[in-house]
Design a protein around this ligand. Structure first.
Ligand SMILES: [Zn+2]
Ligand SMILES: [Zn+2]
Length: 297
């Protein structure tokens, strides 16, 4: 939505423009924009300190393919904004995975369906869906909690895991985890994860499966702990098979002996990632790979 649309809506509804803004993905404009890029964020209006995101971001689910927590729906039949970022795959309150399909007919659930709390195709009550509990998985929950804190600009979880990560602004760390997540996503056999889908939509559908997204983030976080050792090991020594070993995704690795190749070289070339790629920095190998990739015809 454009700034003027918010202002007009505020007049029509009597709801303050700031409340309307807080209900859209623009709420995540600052944590999802790298520091050097914040100048491109548009201000909502003069004197109004609300930022609007530049264009469409593939960090979010489209409204026709949303996700929900059954226990949250039982408490109140409404859609929560925190279910919109693709990286979010768990409800921290109920410590369970989110659900993105009707448990009965397996149809994708839209935001409209979630608000109605029952499937519009088969009538199943979505709040009765069972969802895997994550209470035993402290590290998986930590990774979701960290993502949640970055997105909502809340204090991050404390402890040894958080302390061993690189020090950088939350938008940079979020970007680092998301790009590692894509790199890992490219290692998977997408067709094996969603056999019923046609080629074009497969990768997007795979990353929207909550348990897959949860595992990818878990692995991406593992790669930035004990910075820079784990990351260097991933980039220099590990094969896909070794890295995914022990993960629920290990049976879906497309080329088990493949080495990691960072996806999106242009992204890593941005100034904020010098700590990952400069020759004097720990991830110098990534720098070399980015350089050699950009030299390719
Ligand atoms: Zn919940
Ligand atoms: Zn259904």
């Amino acid at each position: 939505m454009k700034a003027a649309t918010y202002e007009r809506l505020a007049i029509f509804t009597g709801i303050p423009a700031s409340d309307l803004h807080a209900a859209t993905i623009h709420h995540y404009a600052i944590p999802l924009t790298l520091p050097h890029d914040t100048v491109r964020l548009r201000w909502m209006s003069e004197g109004n300190l609300l930022r609007l995101m530049n264009g469409y971001s593939r960090d979010f689910r489209v409204s026709a393919r949303s996700q929900f927590c059954p226990a949250c729906l039982k408490e109140a039949a409404c859609h929560r904004l925190i279910w919109t970022p693709i990286a979010i795959a768990a409800c921290l309150r109920h410590q369970c995975l989110l659900v993105n399909r009707c448990p009965q007919c397996e149809k994708a659930v839209s935001i409209e369906t979630i608000i109605k709390a029952h499937c519009q195709t088969c009538g199943t009550h979505l709040s009765e869906t069972s969802s895997p509990a994550l209470g035993q998985d402290a590290f998986g929950l930590f990774s979701q909690q960290m993502l949640w804190a970055w997105l909502e600009q809340l204090p991050p979880p404390r402890g040894a895991w958080a302390k061993s990560m690189p020090e950088a602004p939350c938008s940079v760390l979020y970007g680092l985890v998301r790009r590692l997540n894509y790199t890992l996503l490219h290692c998977l056999d997408h067709q094996a994860l969603v056999p019923s889908l046609r080629e074009k939509a497969v990768q997007r559908s795979v990353e929207e499966i909550p348990w897959v997204q949860y595992e990818l983030n878990r692995l991406a976080f593992r790669a930035i702990l004990e910075w820079p050792e784990s990351f260097l090991e991933l980039m220099t020594r590990m094969t896909a098979e070794a890295f995914f070993s022990g993960s629920r995704l290990s049976g879906y690795v497309a080329e088990p002996t493949a080495r990691f190749w960072p996806a999106h070289p242009d992204y890593w070339a941005q100034p904020e990632f010098s700590f990952v790629r400069s020759p004097a920095a720990p991830g110098s190998l990534l720098g070399q790979e980015v350089a050699s990739q950009s030299q390719q015809p």
